[in-house]
Design a protein around this ligand. Structure first.
Ligand code: XIL
Length: 386
């Protein structure tokens, strides 16, 4: 089921002239919202995406908003959707049982409202980044099954209620299946004795905020295989039970060491179930120098990365139900990749370099978005003749 949501006015008109973006509109485009005060560049990713109704998002660290001027400016100028990279995760919002710490997430929600951005809530049910009082590892807990059920219900009700009215899409359940397509044996799975926790989580979230679009989110759904097939079958069982699921998020953590996935087919088949789809955490990592983890080893790697970015944004553009395209941050200095993928070392995964200068990968994404609403028709003698 899909629900309507706000759309912003289309931004400035772009045309490609001599390989350069040339703008027939003023240098900035009004977001069209009530105040009229908010503006952003007409050649920004958000402005170009808006011309085809596609939200361009980013993961955000709220600590950097207002403290890092360039980071703050890019977040506001380039993106029409934001996702808290960590600030809405359970360990962040309830590090001590019964004491909520919403400040960082609230700061991001306020920033988004000020800059006419929508918010992807991330994430309510996961096995990672749980508070220590609940589980050290996501697979063990000292609480009984009944206690675990009550704790999860309260968590979902409290967090969704806190942000009610401010969230466009919630990642209700994150990464519930492994790469073999088996449900992970998390504390949630064990407490329910199966995957029944997923249906309950969606129902509780929907009751707390009926306007929010509710997503299942996972990685490697981009590839056709056991995992994508299992999730595809599973969401149909949710739909058959009348569970209020609106969409499936494809994280899109890609690496040039693997072949490019058949992403568009997978987006299309999930869309065929009547669901929205979204790219939720895109980055394209490559092999890098261990002592300079954002320096590719292969000097040609950035061109492979450009291809992966371009094909990913094009796959989303080609599927009408793909409603947002969200890279997992925008500056290589702030990316989770170098710290996470260390054997072999990978990095350089985002659209901006360590100094927050746009890379070639930014410009291919910008160009794809610019062309998405149609290349200018040829004119002049001979144009259009066979
Ligand atoms: C990552 C963050 O980027 C890191 O800062 C944090 O240390 C670990 O989590 N899939 C997800 C995201 O759904 O929440 C993860 O984010 C990356 C993988």
């Amino acid at each position: 089921m899909r629900r309507p949501w706000l759309s912003i006015a289309a931004a400035g008109l772009a045309a490609l002239v001599g390989g350069q973006l040339a703008f027939t509109a003023s240098a900035t485009a009004d977001a069209g919202a009530a105040s009229g005060a908010q503006s952003y560049p007409a050649d920004s990713l958000r402005a170009l995406g808006a011309r085809v109704g596609l939200r361009i998002g980013t993961a955000v660290n709220p600590d950097l908003l207002g403290t890092n001027a360039r980071y703050t400016e890019i977040t506001a100028d380039q993106f029409s959707s934001v996702t808290p990279e960590n600030a809405m995760k359970w360990e962040s919002v309830e590090p001590t049982r019964g004491t909520y710490t919403w400040a960082k997430a609230d700061k991001l929600v306020a920033f988004a409202a000020e800059h006419h951005q929508l918010v992807r809530g991330h994430t309510l049910v996961w096995h990672s980044q749980l508070p220590k009082w609940l589980s050290p590892d996501g697979f063990t807990t000292t609480f009984s099954n009944d206690e675990v059920k009550a704790i999860l219900q309260k968590h979902i009700q409290d967090e969704v209620t806190h942000f009610r009215g401010s969230i466009w899409q919630w990642d209700v359940v994150n990464e519930a299946f492994d790469d073999n397509g088996q449900p992970r044996q998390t504390i949630w799975y064990k407490a329910w004795g199966g995957t029944g926790y997923i249906a309950d989580a969606f129902r509780w979230a929907h009751a707390a905020d009926p306007q929010a679009l509710l997503f299942y989110n996972d990685y490697n759904l981009e590839f056709t295989g056991p995992k994508s097939n299992a999730v595809y079958a599973f969401v149909q069982t949710l739909q058959a039970q009348g569970v209020p699921i609106d969409g499936v998020g494809f994280q899109g953590h890609l690496s040039t060491q693997y072949g490019y996935p058949d992403l568009q087919n997978n987006l299309q088949r999930f869309a065929g179930l009547g669901l929205d789809v979204a790219l939720t955490e895109v980055d394209v990592r490559t092999r890098t120098q261990p002592d300079h983890p954002n320096q590719p080893i292969d000097p040609l790697a950035p061109y492979a990365q450009e291809s992966y970015w371009s094909r990913t944004v094009q796959a989303c553009l080609a599927v009408q139900a793909c409603i947002s395209f969200t890279p997992w941050g925008f500056g290589d200095a702030y990316s989770w990749v170098p710290g996470w993928f260390r054997s072999p070392q990978e990095g350089a995964a985002l659209l901006y370099d360590e100094q927050l200068n746009p890379k070639g990968q930014y410009f291919v994404v910008q160009q794809d978005l610019a062309l998405a609403s149609g290349a200018p028709h040829r004119a002049g003698p001979g144009a259009g003749r066979n």
